[in-house]
Write a new protein. Sequence first.
Length: 603
Amino acid sequence: MTEAGTPTRPIDKEALRQKYLLERDKRLRADGNDQYLELKGEHAHYLEDPYTPVQPRAPKTDHVTFAFIGAGFAGLATAARLKEAGVQGVRLIEKGGDVGGTWYWNRYPGAQCDTASMIYMPLLEETGHMPTEKYAHAPEILAHCQRIARHYDLYDDALFHTQVESLTWDEAGSRWQIRTQRGDAFTAQFIGLGTGPLHIPKLPGIPGIDTFQGHSFHTSRWDYAYTGGDPLGAPMDKLRDKRVAIIGTGATSVQCIPHLARSCQQLFVCQRTPSSVDVRANAPIDPEWFARIATPGWQQRWLENFTENQAGGSPTVDLVQDGWTDLNRRIRAQIGRLPPGERTVATMLAAYEDADFQKMEEIRARVDELVDDADTAAKLKAWYRQLCKRPCFHDAYLQSFNEPGVTLLDTDGQGVERITPRGVVVAGVEYPVDCIIYASGFEVGTAFQRRAGFDLTGEGGRTLSEHWANGMRTLHGMHVHGFPNAFFVQPTQGANLISNVPHNLTDGARSIAAVVSHALAGGHARVEVTPEAEEAWVELLRTAPGRMTSSPDCTPGYYNNEGRDPGPAARLNVGYPAGPAAYFKYIAAWRASGRYEGLAFSS
Ligand code: NDP
């Protein structure tokens, strides 16, 4: 490759298309999401918090201005913006033992952000923090979450290890009644929901999983008491004499396998589908460079620049320069080579496919360069388009398979055959192990209520699940008719920027702070999206091209509902038709106008 998107050798496109379909077909299965086990009953112990003991406290029965469910990036950013706007009485409610959300739970060795810290970590400018690395490691991100909570005094009224059980709109009082598993029964004028998309771990429904007699845990509840070591990278010395199997090779595994490979006596990596693993190129951030660029407004400029580079804009500079922006740069270059008169949807999609083929060929060639054993290398190659599954970036993962104690157990798309009391069975061979680590991901395609652990009961006793029975309906992904004073903080039906999820959340926080401040300043007890505005937004979304990231042609995974038709309701799980960069501009203007079009404020 000489220049982005300029092929150096010819690609047999038809052969690649056929290979991709063949590999997808191998993996399609009738049970889709049902192949996974829900962690309840005898499996509920996999959810226990290994990090923080539960502190006894008295139930809350008071009233607050704003209660936010979830103390991850969404809750922290929203609470911060509310505090900046002078709103008092902001309470975070969190099922974990501290703030941080995904970064509270995911402490597996090697965890780090996959999107550059400069744009991934919220409120850097406000808190004055300089990330230490281009891709910060998990302890730094968790510490940053704690920094935000301290900076904005969010700890004072936060409720940890607290799971909301019901949220009910009190019509007479214009407020929400909140009940939790800790016996809390308090009210809030406003509520925010930032429960996150990837917070309920799931286990693979492998036959015999409950018969295993050794130790096991899920990666999002890393058992350092068993492995030794710590999230900061201390060696996992207790694994020195252990045989360990890890099941799954998604983004989590890619990060933790290099550490396990160094620590275990024997490591068996059970692979169903290889990840695409591109260059990471992490590097420390130079304080002198940072001081030069961190002029007022720097983080917003970086956010906007990344989004433009990522999401189809035509920026003149790429500040972040990473694997996410690379594919788009290539697509733009490829399209740029089309004569202007020939730029149709079909030729542009073909240009996108060409850029993708080239990129994936390079990623596959990288496997050959880095993995010594040719057979292992062949099995580690990903045969699908780059955005069919979550792209991964790592500079030590592939080399792990050169370690003498590491064995790749490739299952040719079928998954682990069986788990026995002694270990895992792949292709009829039993591999005895002391420990099984489940890197099997999180629930995505299941209902919101199942993942959140509660439904909302809005005006007239109508539940959110009833309102969304035929698909999600919102204005901006945030406001839902019949659920006054409630704000959803998540990407869908808004910007839907998947490559930098925090940007969606921090921008949503601005909208909430603006709307709530307006309501409070005007003495309005309630604010609600009108049915017309909700309907118009949903109608607009129907014209969206759909998710570019994945399609039924893709190999199964959570990006495409495990390859199953998700039904017509999922048609609305899209973003603003003109794309993320256009959405952020639109919503900034919506806020700045001060009219909050589509919302009705009343006393
Ligand atoms: P994933 O859902 O991506 O991966 C689960 C893995 O388990 C897949 O490799 C899957 O195979 C495999 N699997 C499932 N069932 C079986 C089975 N029966 N036998 C063998 N293998 C099986 O989970 P992750 O935790 O890796 O990642 C989830 C998401 O979390 C990421 O996509 C990303 O969005 C986020 N994440 C972000 C990070 C960051 O920003 N730094 C780091 C880590 C995760 P198959 O592919 O065939 O389904």
